[in-house]
Design a protein. Structure first.
Length: 591
């Protein structure tokens, strides 16, 4: 099932506008250069340097052209598949271990692409580049021609976002790569590469059928090099992304159909793939109000750092046997987590001396939530004093197959998960079960009175759901346009449904936020609730009309939550927000 989903998702990506930037290189260098009768003149370029005075047999041998491999198109595509797979599954992990920026591999690919391009135009340069590899027989005979080009293209080729690619990206963030993840990634890479192979073979067939191409292999070589240099320069200047936005996404309907299929959603769940370690978690009903048995708790793994522990030392669940453990998944800018935090704080304060250990696993929703200083400050602002694990690679999140902020996993003294709760609420029932486990672990324990923290969980039936403005998690968009990175101009609809937002003006949509292009632009929000907040970043003054009343927000620095509306009673209405250039809008949250 995963292999079929990966192939289909990759193939749709391979026929989408994503292939436009690399298509000319594939046609010329991947295809036409392998045409029957084509010859490589690499050796001839330095014939004069290697031949003895007067020419003779040595000159003839040095100048003899080398046949270009007929396998070149397949080797280019194989390089793309290998490069994309390794970068997706291991690139982020390797760079994190080395302490390098996440875009190092992409820049390396651009440099390699440029060097290959120069080598095609100036054979002497290619000869210099090949010298370190001359002792490898396969390279001397031309068997691997095209593979390095494929590796470079795989590093710079960015597939269009889609549900399958999103699942691969999340899965690749974990430090533990399973067979299912590899199958999904490899099948996606193959599916995306198949259309490219078709174009490479078509280019070769065209060159073989037209005599002018066969006679001008030298010109094709130079054109191939020029195209590679143009692609490398274009990537530096972000030209391919702009070009793709000019072309309508003719695969959008198919992508939407895949995203809406329940079997696909189950197979590529963002919560992670099922393993022997976490499969019993399905035995827990997230809505249960009584203790259940759901298998041994998965380990806490892939943590970047800890705080609120002695010396910031890590915690191993195996060392906590005999204690009741509450694992709480949260993110500091999540308003639902902010409302849940006082309850978890109260439980930790009341029961830690009675055998309770709380572990907060901070799993970021946004890139800015990966900064340790931001997380520490966010925890301090919420009064969190229990140990916190920074799960930037979503390794523990994936291990628990989690998909919610917040989420609570209650573990007994034997290390068995006894209750799972997703979202806010259920605090009275959760505390009752927590007390029950403490008494089971130590029948002689003297428990304090139950905590008394007011439950501020809003009635979801009367509150607008959280609304994200990034393309990968967009929810509640009520405009008429397709919400994608390729759409730049928006207009407010004549009629807008309740609990939705719409845009007007020129916007640049990114994976996690939206920001105006040039001048200021507007957002119209139809809301319900007594509290409305907006996560913003950058620099500028955001002006909002909240049911006719003017509200100004001075936005400065990294993303944080700004209040638009705070009232004692719930209501519904319209908010129009004017966002200036330089400000990034991430989401609306409601209470």
């Amino acid at each position: 099932m995963l292999a079929l989903i990966g192939l289909l998702g990759g193939f749709i990506t391979g026929i989408s506008p994503c292939i436009i930037p690399v298509l000319p290189v594939i046609l010329f260098s991947g295809g036409m250069q392998s045409a029957r009768g084509a010859r490589s003149t690499d050796a001839a370029a330095d014939a004069g340097a290697t031949a003895p005075a007067g020419g003779g047999v040595a000159t003839a041998v040095a100048a003899r052209p080398r046949a270009v491999s007929r396998w070149r198109p397949y080797l280019v595509i194989a390089g793309i598949v290998v490069s994309f797979t390794l970068m997706t599954l291991l690139g982020s992990l390797l760079l994190s271990l080395l302490g390098l920026p996440q875009d190092v591999l992409r820049w390396a690919g651009i440099v390699v692409l440029a060097l290959i391009g120069v080598g095609l135009i100036v054979p002497v340069v290619q000869h210099v580049l090949e010298k370190p590899f001359q002792r490898i027989p396969q390279l001397q005979t031309g068997r691997l021609q095209g593979f390095p080009l494929g590796l470079a293209l795989g590093a710079v080729y960015v597939p269009c976002a889609g549900p399958v690619l999103a699942a691969i990206t999340v899965a690749g963030s974990t430090g533990r790569i399973g067979a299912d993840t590899v199958v999904l990634t490899v099948s996606f890479a193959i599916g995306a590469a198949l259309p490219l192979l078709f174009f490479a073979l078509a280019g070769r067939g065209l060159a073989e059928r037209i005599a002018a191409f066969r006679r001008r292999q030298g010109a094709i070589r130079v054109v191939s090099g020029a195209l590679m240099l143009a692609l490398a320069l274009g990537l530096v200047l972000d030209v391919p992304a702009r070009l793709q936005r000019l072309v309508p996404d003719y695969t959008a309907a198919i992508q939407d159909a895949i995203a809406g299929d329940e079997r696909v959603q189950e197979a590529i769940s963002i919560g992670g793939l099922e393993t022997d370690e976490n499969r019993d978690l399905d035995l827990c009903d997230p809505g249960a109000t009584e203790l259940q048995e759901c298998g041994t708790a998965p380990s806490i793994r892939g943590i970047e750092s800890w705080f609120n522990t002695p010396g910031d030392a890590p915690i191993d669940l195996a060392d906590l046997r005999g204690q009741v453990v509450l694992v709480d998944f949260w993110a500091y800018s999540c308003i639902n987590c902010q409302r849940s935090a006082p309850h978890v704080n109260a439980w930790y304060d009341a029961y830690r001396d009675a055998g309770l250990q709380v572990i907060g696993v901070h799993s970021p929703e946004y890139a800015f939530e990966k900064e340790r200083d931001n997380v520490v400050a966010g925890a301090a602002a919420l009064g969190i004093e229990y140990p916190v694990a920074i799960d930037n690679r979503l390794s523990t999140w994936t291990s628990y197959r989690n998909a919610y902020w917040p989420a609570r996993y209650l573990i007994d003294a034997e290390g068995v998960v006894r209750n799972v709760h997703f979202g806010e609420g259920g605090y009275a029932e959760g505390e009752r079960m927590l007390r029950e486990l403490l008494e089971q672990a130590d029948p002689a324990v003297a428990l304090p009175a139950p905590t008394e923290v007011a439950d501020a969980t809003p009635d979801n039936a009367s509150v607008t759901p959280e609304s994200y403005l990034g393309t990968t998690k967009v929810q509640n968009f009520g405009g008429d346009e397709r919400y994608s990175t390729q759409t730049e101009a928006f207009r407010l609809p004549a009629e807008q449904a309740r609990d939705t937002f719409a845009l007007e003006g020129a916007w640049r949509l990114e994976t996690q936020f939206a920001t105006p292009r040039g001048d200021e632009a507007r957002i119209r929000l139809e809301y319900r609730g007594r509290e409305v907040r907006m996560v913003l970043a950058g620099s500028g003054t955001v002006v909002a009309s909240v049911d006719g009343q003017r509200v100004e927000l001075e936005v400065r620095g990294t993303p944080r939550s700004y209040p638009l509306l705070e009232r004692d009673s719930s209501r519904e209405g319209t908010i129009e927000v004017t966002v200036p250039e330089g400000v990034e809008a991430y989401s609306f949250t409601f209470g």
